[in-house]
Unconditional design. Structure first.
Length: 170
């Protein structure tokens, strides 16, 4: 048997892969170990979506996978609009590439949108309220580089669209 053939016979098959090997492969695939990526956008692009409910955790997780491991570099990528936090799936915040969000939202948000539409009448929200809130949000976000949730809720409150009682989340 040649050296090449001998090495092929020693390759683990999935049924022979140990839990330890699987753990190491996952760490490598998720770039926790191995060669780091150049930028936060490269990391997010490789992973497609980074669960981001906790700002500090998400920023640290992304920075950990970059060559410089610098959290301020991740914040700068958010500020530059390269990466964004949104709800593209599972009703929880994720960081994704800004350029990917337009295809992700319609693809993966049908259920949450349907649930929100059912809840609106219970909250006294009509279609006109939703359209007005959308217009106000777009205007408030235009050219700003972003706003916090509290700032956006204040915009709606000031415009006469109360956000109390769950109205700011539907």
């Amino acid at each position: 048997m040649s050296a090449g053939a001998a090495s092929l016979s020693r390759v683990s098959t999935p049924s022979e892969t140990t839990p330890h090997e699987i753990a190491l492969l996952r760490l490598a695939a998720q770039r926790v170990v191995g060669p780091p990526l150049d930028s936060p956008a490269d990391v997010v692009g490789l992973l497609t979506a980074v669960q981001a409910q906790d700002d500090v955790g998400a920023i640290t997780s992304i920075a950990l996978r970059t060559a410089r491991r610098d959290r301020s570099e991740v914040v700068a990528a958010y500020d530059a609009g390269e990466i964004v936090r949104s709800w593209p799936m599972r009703g929880t915040l994720h960081t994704v590439l800004a350029r990917d969000l337009p295809w992700m939202l319609p693809l993966m948000t049908q259920r949450p949108r349907a649930a929100a539409a059912k809840r609106r009448p219970q909250l006294g929200l009509g279609e006109d309220d939703v359209l007005r809130a959308d217009e106000l949000a777009v205007a408030a976000l235009a050219g700003t580089g972003g706003r916090t949730r509290a700032e956006l809720l204040a915009v709606w409150d000031e415009a006469g669209l109360p956000t109390t009682g769950g109205r700011g989340t539907t």
